[in-house]
Design a protein around this ligand. Structure first.
Ligand code: AMP
Length: 283
């Protein structure tokens, strides 16, 4: 596996592959790799000849009071994991490489980035859209794979790719979960043992709501209340939001419709103050 840290070298690698007739599938990550990330890599390897995984903790998507400084970073471990999963190239630029002095251009994700997680994290999706567009321009992938766990991120990128006519196929891969259902996340390492135990209720609440919805419950308020009471029942977790929205536009789910719904939650633990998100598609 190749390790590339400079943008120039990454562009050269990508254009040489293109000349040779190979296509790249990109998997953008912030590192601290787990099995969920590696499942995206497996999907990337199915769709293109060459897989590139980026590891970059993007300062532009963290708010001033968020966990940028303490976000787990371990390039050596990421490198070994990516290589063992068959990755062809790991692209791990520094922040100075991506945002040199004088950097001032950002991608506005629009209203889809201001709701749900964007309401609590102003500017987050502007940072995400910016870094993903930069990564697309640097690696020139034919396809890029994103996890369903970050449903809003995937929706924002799909929207931006369509709006800006990007020549990249955006692929969504399913959420990988621990045995008790908790969605795998690099941030799960922050959880205290008590919080980790209670965190299983997040997935439980989502699947309860999914089965109620599929059984005919169409009151968004009742579904939200059920989700909230299951998640907060054991303590140590507070709700940020629970919502039922259209999976593509993320607009409020219209009542009495037959189409699928995205049931999404964000919550925060009370001891380690870890923000956890998860979602399911119902219908
Ligand atoms: P992150 O490193 O957290 O920014 O995530 C990088 C990519 O991995 C994003 O497309 C995420 O949606 C995806 N991802 C994160 N957790 C999971 C998971 N548990 N299962 C599948 N994909 C995931």
């Amino acid at each position: 596996m190749k390790l590339i840290e400079s943008i120039t070298a990454m562009k050269e690698y990508s254009s040489a592959l293109k000349k040779g007739g190979s296509g790249i599938a990109l998997v953008p990550t912030m590192g601290a790799l787990h099995a969920g990330h590696l499942s995206l890599l497996a999907r990337a390897r199915e769709v293109c000849d060459v897989s590139v995984m980026s590891v970059f903790v993007n300062p532009a998507q963290f708010g001033p009071t968020e966990d940028f400084a303490k976000y787990p970073r371990d390039l050596e471990s990421d490198r070994a994991l990516a290589e063992s999963a068959g990755c062809d190239c790991l692209f791990a630029p520094s922040a100075a490489e991506m945002y040199p002095d004088g950097y001032c251009t950002y991608v506005d994700a629009g209203p889809i980035g201001d709701i749900l997680c964007g309401a609590a994290r102003p500017g987050h999706f502007r940072g995400v859209a910016t870094v993903v567009l930069k990564l697309f321009n640097i690696t020139a992938p034919a396809a890029a794979v994103f996890g369903a766990k970050d449903a809003q991120q995937t929706a924002v990128i799909k929207r931006a790719a369509a709006d800006l006519n990007l020549p990249v196929r955006i692929i969504t891969a399913p959420t990988l979960r621990d045995a008790d259902g908790l969605a795998m996340s690099s941030r799960n390492t922050y959880l205290t043992p008590g919080e980790r135990k209670q965190a299983a209720n997040i997935c439980k609440a989502l699947f309860e709501a999914k089965s109620l919805f599929e059984g005919g419950e169409c009151s968004v308020e009742r579904l939200k209340n059920t989700i909230t009471s299951t998640i907060i029942r054991g303590g140590l977790i507070e709700m940020e939001y629970a919502d039922i929205v259209d999976p593509v536009s993320l607009r409020p789910f219209p009542a009495n419709t037959e189409s699928p719904a995205l049931i999404a939650v964000a919550c925060r633990t009370t001891e380690s103050k870890t923000r956890l998100i998860d979602n399911v598609v119902a219908g």
